[in-house]
Every structure is written in C-alpha cells, then in structure tokens.
Design a protein around this ligand. Structure first.
Ligand code: C2E
Length: 506
C-alpha cells in the first residue's frame, strides 16, 4: 500500500509538471502564432513600408495588441529599415543578423532574441516578398510564466529559451537562489525553435500533494482487495469494447445539455450536447471514461449519430419555436473527414425537421488536423449547407492560429483553462484579448468554456468575449432538467419584460 501510494503521488506530480511545462510552451507558441497572424495582416493591407501613413496604421495595430511591443521593417539580411516606434530602437542592446536567426517549420518565419535594456524580447521575422521582412517584437512577460502552483514557486524556476540556447526569460521567486537538487521538466516545440523548462528542487516533491497520501493508500489497499476478488472469480471477463457495443445496442449513451448563454444578458442562446453513459445499475459514466476507447475502437461514429439523433428528437420543438437557438455537438476530426459524413448529417438533421443553420459542429483542436486542406474543404461544404462549425478547446490544442484561420470555422471556443486563470493571471487576459482580436480579424465569434463566477464574466466581457458556457448558469443536464431550466428562464424574462417596457416608455 505504501509503495503504491507513494508511486501514485510521484506519477501525479510528474504528470502535473509535464502538463505545466506544456502550458508554458503552448503559451509561447501561441504568442508567436499571434505575432505571425498580425504581421500577415499588416502585409496583406499593404503596410510593409516606411511611409508615415503606414507607420501610423502599424502603431494603431500594435496599440490594440498588448503582447506586441513594436513592428519593424527589415532588409532581407535582417538589418532594420524603420520601426513603428522609432524610439524603441534606443532600448536595443543588440540586433542579430539574419544568419543567426533560427528557422521554424514554416521557412518564411524566423525567431531570434532581441537583447534590450530592461528585459529581453523575442523577435519574430516574417518574410514579405523577396527582399523585405517584417519583425514583431514580443515582450516576454514574467506573468506569462505565472502558472506554478504556490507551493512550488519558492523551489522552482521556469525558463523559456530558443533552441540554440539563447535564453528568453528565466523566472524564479528568488533569482539568486540556486536549487540544490534540480530536476528538469522540458518540452520542445515542433513548430518553432522554442524550448520550455520547469526546474524543481527534488526536495519539494516529498511535501507537495502529500495530503493525498492516505486517500491514495486507501485506494491502493481497496484496489488490492478488489483485484484479489476478481482473480478468484472464474467467470470469463469480457473486454471493455464488448461493453461499449452492448451499451450502444441498448441505447445507454444519452445526451446531456449544457446552456450556452449571452455573457451580457444571461439569455440562453443554445446548448452543447455532452455524452453520458447511463449504465443499467444507475451509474452515470463521464465521457472521458469512454470517448477515448470509443474513438480508438471505431465506435465513436455510431455513438455520435445515436447521441445527435436523441438530442434532435428531444430539442426539436424548442428548435422549431426559436429559430435562433443553436444545438452544438462534438465530432472527432476523423469522423468528420470520413466518407459520407456530410450526407448522413444532412439526412439526420432533415429527418428531425431542423434547420442546418441551428446546428453547430464542435471539432476539437486537441488532435492535430493532419490534412488541413481536406478539413477546410469539408468545413466549406458544411457551411454551404448552412451548418456552423466551432473549433473546440482553443488555446490548449495543437493547431496554430494560422490553422484556425485556414479551417474556415465560424466560432472559436476558448478552453476552460484560460477562463480559470483569467481573474488571477494577467497573461491570460493578454491571450484572451489576442484570441478575440484574431477572431474579429477572421470574422469568427468567441465562446468561453467553463465559466463559473460573475467575476470571470466581467473579465471575459472586458476582453470582448460575447458568449459563455459553464456551471455559473448550469452544468450539463439531462433533458428533463434542461427543459425545466428553459421554461423557468423564459417565465422569468417574460415577467421582467413588462417592467422593462414600462421603464422604457417612462
Ligand atoms: N469544472 C467545470 N467544468 C465545466 C464547466 N462547464 C462545462 N464544463 C465541462 O467542460 C467540458 C466541456 O466540453 P468539451 O470541451 O467539449 O470536452 C468534452 C468533449 O471533448 C468530450 N465529449 C463529451 N461528449 C462527447 C461526444 O458526444 N462526442 C465526442 N467526440 N466527445 C465528447 O468529453 C469532454 C468532456 O466532457 P464533460 O466531462 O461533459 O465536460 C464538459 C463540461 O461538463 C464549468 O463551469 N466547470
């Protein structure tokens, strides 16, 4: 029991630190994506010149994007021609030649460190034509790294570096303190020459999360006992895939409905359907316990159609009565890109007598879309038929922002991770603002996931987000409960309407 509990805690810690390192890397990649998209936009507007009017327009662009400190026009060798904020040149301690800049997966994009008085910055160079390039100067803000759990802050540091070892930032509570027995958690970007490291003193791991020791010990002992019982049984165990098949045949996968609401008014504008497995014994199994297996065993397609069919049948009267109400459902990229998907979707929705305009497909950004061109073609076809497409889990997934644009979706859903930290971490605000700016540039709407407090609503509104989803209004509910919620909301707004109207008349 002791060995199992200690091992469990170690595994948990390693996983958490790996994830945190991944977050640091993703945030940095995200900042580069954002800079690239900004430079592309400037170039496409013909602003890659030193004319006063161009520089003025670039300054406005920079002003609206707090992560970008400056934009410069450079020669093909990397030497500076002009800068939107010429006075920032005075902060430069050094400027590297193009030969010393590092290549990205995209050959027209190079990264380098800009040494500046008062803190180094990251230079993102984007080739524009043959003889010129634009450079965005990104501030490496210490709050970008402010993700360490409080217990670890005094015993660890976070580093971001280029692949040639040039350090872009090192953040520790006490910069002079050296760690006695450091362990590194390290992640490298596949797209950019960037590397993130979280360095922790080994000694802190023996106290961090140690409060789960006794629960873990209890679980280890209970599992040991259970294992013994199972071993002693002679009945042949069936595999979990057989369980899924049986559940599909019995229709045990049910849609739960979670409202999507207007952040300003609280009005429910639509809902997302989320799968639950209602087992015969009355237990409700969450999707994370069966969706991955359904995906890997090829059962996800049947499950998705079953869930959508059920949800359309439940919601049909409501969708008919309110033509602006939207029903969102999750679809895995492999399914969406599979043969016959669009046709089956059209016939399923038509059979339910629901308009395609009321259906939103949520495609997760967690899995990389290998064939972006094919995905964009399918999204284009879906949109031609009137369906809407949302990209799910944006900010924690694999796709870069250029991919988000390339897919041609209508909506981006900001991952709960950002909503959780928006009220405590200034860098999250910057990232959410970036996403909103970008969504506007690409004519997309933005929905925030996992909204739990009014404070988060205020923060999201001030970043320009319009819609949200989260426990603040309701958790995913079985249809009967969701229906009750809609009825009571409608009654409340009908009761408020005469008062509002008379107030307007007065
Ligand atoms: N703590 C907290 N959580 C909140 C809050 N608001 C929403 N959530 C949870 O966040 C998840 C949002 O769904 P997702 O990102 O699409 O993430 C979904 C989606 O990726 C996947 N999934 C669920 N149903 C389906 C399905 O029918 N098909 C497929 N392919 N994937 C599904 O499983 C994931 C997890 O689903 P759920 O466990 O239902 O978890 C849901 C929801 O219950 C909040 O305020 N606080």
């Amino acid at each position: 029991g002791h060995i199992a509990a200690t091992r469990f805690i170690r595994d948990q810690q390693t996983r958490q630190l790996d994830e945190l390192t991944e977050v640091v890397l993703r945030r940095s990649e995200f900042a580069v994506d954002f800079a690239t998209a900004s430079l592309d936009e400037l170039a496409s507007r013909g602003l890659a010149t030193c004319a006063p009017a161009s520089l003025q327009a670039i300054r406005l662009h920079v002003y609206q994007r707090s992560a970008v400190k400056d934009v410069r026009l450079v020669n093909s060798d990397g030497s500076v021609i002009c800068s939107a904020y010429s006075e920032t040149l005075e902060f430069d301690k050094g400027w590297v030649d193009r030969a010393d800049m590092l290549a990205s997966r995209d050959s027209k994009l190079m990264l380098f460190r800009v040494e500046q008085f008062g803190g180094d910055a990251l230079g993102v160079l984007r080739d524009i034509g043959d003889d010129k390039a634009l450079v965005a100067i990104l501030g490496i803000n210490s709050s970008l790294f402010d993700i360490m759990p409080a217990e670890l802050r005094a015993h660890g540091e976070v580093l971001l570096a280029l692949k040639n070892g040039a350090q872009l930032g090192e953040f520790a509570l006490d910069a002079d303190k050296t760690l006695a027995h450091p362990i590194d958690f390290e992640k490298s970007s596949a797209r950019y020459p960037l590397r993130a490291v979280i360095r922790i003193d080994r000694s802190v791991l023996s106290t961090w999360n140690s409060d789960v020791y006794w629960p873990a010990m209890a679980v280890a002992l209970a599992l040991g006992a259970l294992f013994g019982v199972l071993l002693s049984r002679t009945r042949r165990m069936e595999g979990p895939v057989a369980d899924l098949d049986r559940a599909l045949a019995r229709g045990e996968f049910k849609p739960y409905f979670q409202p999507i609401f207007d952040l300003h008014t609280g009005e429910i504008r639509g809902c997302e359907i989320l799968a639950r497995w209602l087992r015969e014994d009355g237990t409700v199994v969450p999707p994370m316990n069966f969706i991955p297996l359904a995906e890997s065993s090829g059962r996800i397609e049947a499950m998705t159609w079953q869930l959508l069919g059920r949800a359309l049948a439940d919601l049909q009267p409501h969708l008919k009565a309110d033509k602006d109400f939207k029903l969102s459902f999750n679809v895995v990229p492999k399914h969406m890109l599979g043969a016959g998907f669009v046709e089956t979707l059209r016939s399923t929705v038509a059979a339910a007598r629901v308009s395609a305009r009321q259906i939103v497909l949520e495609v997760t950004e967690r899995d990389e879309l290998d064939d972006l061109a094919r995905a964009a073609a399918v999204v284009g076809e879906l949109r031609d038929y009137g369906f809407r497409v949302a990209i799910d889990d944006v900010g924690v997934g694999h796709s870069g922002l250029s991919r988000l644009k390339g897919l041609g979706a209508n909506t981006i859903k900001i991952d709960k991770f950002f909503v959780d930290t928006i009220t405590v971490d200034a860098s999250t605000t910057t990232i959410v603002e970036m996403l909103v700016a970008l969504a506007r540039d690409f004519h997309m709407t933005v929905v925030a996931e996992g909204v739990e407090t009014e404070e988060q609503v205020r923060a999201l509104i001030s970043c320009g987000v319009e819609e949200g989803q989260g426990y603040l209004v309701a958790a995913p509910l079985p249809f009967a409960k969701f229906s009750e919620l809609m009825v009571s909301r409608r009654a409340a707004s009908a009761a408020a309407a005469p008062a509002r109207d008379s107030a307007l008349v007065a």
